[in-house]
Write a protein that binds this ligand. Structure first.
Ligand code: SF4
Ligand code: SF4
Length: 228
């Protein structure tokens, strides 16, 4: 595995171009009909406009903050959205399983073996089902639960606009199939966590992937099908 390197979760907020780059030779081979097994470089215009700072692709159009105020706004809106996820008034249907998923993870990595995204990436650390969940958990313990010992009990990370942007993009490196959730021996639902992160972006920050939102969710709501 040529390009596999250890990724430190604390780097999630680092001021670097991107967190990981997966060489094509590490990727699962495509069937013969799909010859295009190469990354296409992101257009310069896209990179100038949106926070394409996770890996080689960019799905969520998060505008790059231009001022310190815009950076803070992105972080504060994210935290506000997260707070709503953990309140009965706003999220009673998913609160119980979300709480369980925040409080318990044995780090056994059984879920990683079930995740086709992780496997297809050549077992790149960043695409483990637990990677995004652990970032979300650390933010939760420090900023929502406000555990004064969060740093020592659960591990710390720097919450800045890059952390938020990368976490949002990471939520789209999961297709919410829930294979991981079905294999977890203690009932942690990493798929739900990915979906709830997407929810914060769409409902609190007004940022969605146009293709999925317009041709998927909205069409479903209007017509009951995304195939029309
Ligand atoms: S989420 Fe479940 S399966 Fe995955 S590492 Fe944690 S305890 Fe193990
Ligand atoms: S829900 Fe996401 S993290 Fe879980 S197995 Fe499916 S793609 Fe992987």
């Amino acid at each position: 595995m040529a390009g596999r390197k250890r990724i430190n979760i604390k780097d999630i907020g680092r001021d670097i171009d991107k967190l990981a780059s997966v060489p094509v030779e590490d990727l699962m081979s495509l069937p013969a009909d799909f010859k295009e097994n190469e990354w296409k470089a992101l257009p310069e215009e896209t990179k100038q406009k949106f926070a394409c700072i996770l890996d080689d692709v960019c799905i969520l159009p998060i505008p790059i903050p231009k001022t310190r105020e815009e950076e803070e706004k992105l972080v504060n809106q994210f935290i506000e959205g997260m707070r709503k996820l953990f309140s009965k008034e706003n999220n009673w249907t998913f609160l119980s399983i979300l709480d369980t998923s925040m409080e318990h993870c044995a780090r056994c990595n059984t879920c990683s073996d079930a995740c086709h995204l992780f496997e297809a990436s050549g077992k790149n650390e960043m695409y483990r089902p637990t990677f995004r969940s652990e970032i979300f958990r650390r933010i939760y313990n420090k900023h929502i639960k406000k555990d004064p010992l969060a740093r020592w009990r659960h591990g710390d990370l720097d919450l800045n606009w890059r952390t938020v942007a990368r976490l949002g993009e990471l939520a789209y490196r999961c297709n919410i199939c829930r294979r991981c959730a079905q294999t977890c021996p203690i009932g942690v639902d990493n798929a739900l966590i990915a979906r709830e992160i997407r929810k914060i972006f769409s409902q609190e920050l007004g940022i969605t992937t146009p293709e999925l939102h317009d041709k998927g969710s909205m069409l479903q709501l209007k017509t009951g099908s995304s195939r029309l």
